[in-house]
Write a protein of this length. Structure first.
Length: 160
């Protein structure tokens, strides 16, 4: 269970699930990675407070996530701080604007058929958010909808 100061969004849950698939993630790691994905700087002190653990365990958790490639360390010893590794990156739904999300979906549709599930997987958005995004793009004439219900897919609109 993730204990946070604010609610965990569907995008964040999807991102955490994706990170879990890489393996080697412990329950406490999810909380630390989520705070890092939100742009927070992690330190030994902040980890001790977040997880209610001692300094030795906090340092070990941060170093383990660093060694696994999830966090990048700046500074050393008492001044060490950690940020989310650039390679890991937060989900697109957290870091992209509405315009950038639309451009991503159009690019996916240009490469071939795209489904609601594929957009959810790439963005971390929930089903309703993706349906709204796809509907908006269809209304704007940027993509075309094919089929209904389970068989629905989208392709790039024919350029005019």
């Amino acid at each position: 269970m993730l204990r946070l100061g604010s609610a965990v969004t569907p995008q964040e849950r999807a991102w955490i699930a994706e990170v879990e698939q890489r393996g080697e993630i412990r329950a406490q790691d999810k909380l630390l990675l989520l705070h890092a994905a939100r742009g927070e700087l992690l330190t030994n002190t902040s980890v001790r407070e977040l997880l209610n653990i001692d300094s030795t365990h906090a340092r070990a958790a941060l170093q383990r996530l660093r060694d696994l490639g999830y966090l990048q360390q700046s500074g050393e010893r008492g001044g060490a701080s950690y940020l989310l590794a650039k390679e890991l990156g937060p989900p697109a739904g957290i870091q992209l604007s509405a315009t950038e999300l639309e451009a991503l979906v159009v690019a996916l549709a240009t490469d071939g058929r795209v489904t609601n599930e594929q957009v959810r997987s790439r963005t971390g958005l929930d089903r309703g958010q993706v349906l709204a995004l796809l509907s908006r793009l269809v209304e704007k004439g940027r993509i075309m909808k094919h089929g209904e219900r389970r068989g629905t897919y989208y392709t790039a609109a024919d350029p005019k």
